[in-house]
Design a protein around this ligand. Structure first.
Ligand SMILES: [Zn+2]
Length: 351
């Protein structure tokens, strides 16, 4: 019996016009002093709605930062600069500010609320942060946010690349869960059925809305929903296993070798399709979803460099130690090269 305490967000608001209501959400919870972390360029976009809402409920801003780097040492320094009166930290934006703020809140043991302004990956509700440690991007254990406030109006105005990135991060559950299950069957680790079920269902929230398109508000609502559940699945598992397998290893390796990295979920989506072929696991479902949503068309406009992809593929199995995935199998590399050379879709997105 696993009696581990599991945290889930106490505050969860997804819908239109939610940023204007943050002042009310904070005052209701007695969070009257707040530290704000914005991604570069985001403050201007949300300022009017956010600040008028905070003013209305007399919420004091005791610290404010615009974040453009994710160096762990800077995050630690920032955390200790935050005034002791601070009751809650808020991260507003895309990846970097959300990770940076999450880690500061984790160090200070203060509640943290994320306000994602795009749905490009599942980091806004996960218990991990992606930070630079000694110059390398690492997933660092942190605390799952106390709250998530996702304003669909703001998310809708994000660049279209972000929604395709979110689509890629969502479909990765298929290959991640398969790798985890295989690792369990080989006796390497424990498989948490509930976390597996939740991760699996998180994908279907988006996968099963056949008539929706990525530009529809309802699709974006479902994406937020899906990525929240994916974060909670990781919290239940106590690891990133439900949402991160071979496809994420390839993406991490691409981050290390590419001169021009693409958004996390764009790399992950391409790698998911390749890994589903290697696993011989639901490749038609992966292909169907990535074709139907326009993901492949979008990434084909700016394909991944083939030489760099192959370099990443070589490096990927060693990215995490003692971590079984399909890439641990000896013949996977050669099989992958064959798929890259012959599969009609892969030929379009890896050139
Ligand atoms: Zn991811």
């Amino acid at each position: 019996m696993n009696n581990k305490e599991i945290n889930i967000p106490s505050l969860l608001k997804i819908g239109n016009g939610k940023i204007a209501k943050i002042g009310k959400y904070l005052v209701d919870r007695n969070f009257t002093e707040v530290a704000l972390f914005f991604s570069d360029g985001i403050e201007n976009i949300v300022a009017d709605k956010l600040y008028s809402g905070l003013e209305k409920y007399n919420i004091k801003i005791v610290h404010k930062d615009n974040i453009s780097d994710i160096n762990i040492e800077n995050a630690i320094h920032t955390a200790f600069k935050i005034p002791s009166a601070t009751k809650v930290l808020l991260g507003i934006g895309g990846g970097k500010a959300l990770d940076y703020g999450k880690y500061c809140a984790h160090i200070l043991k203060l509640p943290y609320i994320t306000v994602p302004t795009s749905v490009s990956n599942d980091g806004f509700c996960s218990p991990n942060t992606s930070l630079l440690v000694a110059g390398k991007r690492k997933s660092v254990k942190s605390t799952i946010p106390y709250g998530v406030v996702a304003d669909i109006d703001v998310i809708s105005s994000a660049p279209e690349s972000s929604i395709y990135s979110g689509i890629g991060d969502t479909i990765s559950k298929i290959t991640a869960l398969h790798d985890w299950k295989q690792s369990f069957l080989k006796g390497y680790e424990y498989f948490n059925d509930f976390a597996g079920l939740m991760a699996h269902n998180s994908l279907d929230i988006v996968y099963l809305c056949n008539d929706l398109k990525p530009e529809d508000n309802e699709f974006k609502y479902r994406m937020v929903n899906s990525l929240v559940l994916s974060g909670i699945a990781m919290e239940i598992a106590g690891s990133s296993r439900p949402a991160s397998g071979s496809e994420h290893l390839i993406s991490h390796a691409l981050d290390a070798v590419c001169a021009n990295q693409k958004m996390h979920g764009l790399q992950v989506g391409i790698a998911t399709y390749l890994c589903s072929l290697l696993q011989n696991n639901q490749q038609d479902k992966v292909k169907d979803f990535l074709l139907k949503t326009g993901f492949f068309n979008f990434v084909a406009q700016d394909p991944i460099n083939k030489q760099e992809f192959i370099k990443a593929l070589k490096l990927a199995p060693a990215i995490k130690q003692n971590y079984y995935t399909i890439l641990s199998e000896q013949d996977s590399f050669d099989k992958a090269i064959k798929f890259i050379e012959t599969d009609d879709i892969l030929k379009q997105v890896i050139k």
